[in-house]
Design a binder for this molecule. Sequence first.
Ligand code: NAG
Ligand code: NAG
Ligand code: NAG
Ligand code: NAG
Ligand code: NAG
Ligand code: NAG
Ligand code: NAG
Ligand code: NAG
Length: 342
Amino acid sequence: MDLLQSWRAMVLLCLLLPGGRPSPCGVAISPEEPAVELGSSVVLNCTSSCGNYSQLGWEVSVQKMLAQGPGWVSLHIPSVSDWHLDLQCFGVFGKQRDIAVTTLHGYRLPLPQIDLGEEMVAGREARVACNVSSRLLPPGPLDLELTLTLSAGGRTLSTARGRPWLVHGFTARPEQDGQEVTCEALLHLGRRWVNASAAATLRVWAAPYGVNVSATPDPFAAGENLTVTCRVQGNPPPQLRWELPSNASLELRDGNATVAVRGAGRQHSGTYRCLAANRYGAGAARADVGFRGEVPAGSPRSPLVPVAVALAVVVALAAVAGLWYLSHARGWRPMQEGARPG
Ligand SMILES: *[C@@H]1O[C@H](CO)[C@@H](O)[C@H](O)[C@H]1NC(C)=O
Ligand SMILES: *[C@@H]1O[C@H](CO)[C@@H](O)[C@H](O)[C@H]1NC(C)=O
Ligand SMILES: *[C@@H]1O[C@H](CO)[C@@H](O)[C@H](O)[C@H]1NC(C)=O
Ligand SMILES: *[C@@H]1O[C@H](CO)[C@@H](O)[C@H](O)[C@H]1NC(C)=O
Ligand SMILES: *[C@@H]1O[C@H](CO)[C@@H](O)[C@H](O)[C@H]1NC(C)=O
Ligand SMILES: *[C@@H]1O[C@H](CO)[C@@H](O)[C@H](O)[C@H]1NC(C)=O
Ligand SMILES: *[C@@H]1O[C@H](CO)[C@@H](O)[C@H](O)[C@H]1NC(C)=O
Ligand SMILES: *[C@@H]1O[C@H](CO)[C@@H](O)[C@H](O)[C@H]1NC(C)=O
């Protein structure tokens, strides 16, 4: 009694509300926008909003299997082979008939392929291409997006829309060696999309650059140990050679990066030239290493040297004084005579 009254009240409310007439019985398909990889199976479900249907079913032009329960009938397609397949589900409610339609999108996962082209050399033009094999894509207008990004930091390098390839041209830099690029393909299927991505590592070769030569100590004194070092960058690591003022008592260390001279002498002063080369080019740098003297700094000087110098100075002064006295003593007398009056 109570239940019936509240039921009536609800129906009345629905009728009175603007546009709120009791919704006629209907059918719905789930998922709403099905997309499935070609060759695989799919199950779609059609449900009725009322239980009093006389018929509930699918209209499909492919091989199918149906299952049903109270208020629903499902469609199982064991192997999807079409890019687009229109599907209809219908329900018959007395004289009323309702139809739900949808399009089943079949796709192939368009796995992108990255092409790094010729070998990349720093300072030269390089290109990265990303392709999706077009025979894997549905015919007709293509709603495909390709995006090329640097994996570290995710910086976008290039994008393409509506075509299955993109090419990114740039000038290769040494620091790009080892960086990873990712190409992502995004295929829109109605309101849904599927994506796939591929990655590749950049290999950037570089001729020798930033060649530096430094020496310690510079200048050096006789008997000191002299070290001259060559620094260089390049890929592959450049081989080093030296042009040296002398190769007496020296040793090459660290794969020719360092020249070590033990107990250096005057013959070790001069130009140290480092020659770097790899298969992409060559570079060179030099250092002019000075010689500070035979006597190492800080060693005591011979006490005889200042004595001899002082002696020489005293002798010279005495000689000058003697000469001065003699010349003036002689010239004094006539002046005195001439000055005397009368
Ligand atoms: C279809 O949907 C109904 C209602 O949501 C559910 O009870 C039934 O299990 C579904 N059938 C399949 C095959 O998923
Ligand atoms: C089926 O039931 C709904 C309520 O659930 C009702 O509105 C509709 O009139 C009924 N249709 C038939 C044909 O009985
Ligand atoms: C990628 O696309 C470009 C441009 O269409 C083409 O030149 C190149 O051969 C393609 N590469 C591959 C691997 O398909
Ligand atoms: C697809 O896109 C999502 C969201 O953007 C992302 O998380 C996922 O890694 C992508 N999958 C592939 C294979 O790129
Ligand atoms: C050589 O020196 C220059 C300038 O001082 C510097 O920019 C460069 O990085 C150095 N190269 C190496 C390999 O250290
Ligand atoms: C030079 O190096 C050698 C070892 O390599 C060391 O025995 C010697 O004391 C060094 N000489 C000087 C002046 O530092
Ligand atoms: C260095 O030594 C080689 C022999 O090992 C000799 O042929 C060459 O002339 C020397 N170079 C100099 C600059 O002394
Ligand atoms: C060092 O230099 C010599 C010639 O000066 C060369 O024969 C040798 O291969 C070099 N070694 C390296 C590791 O570069």
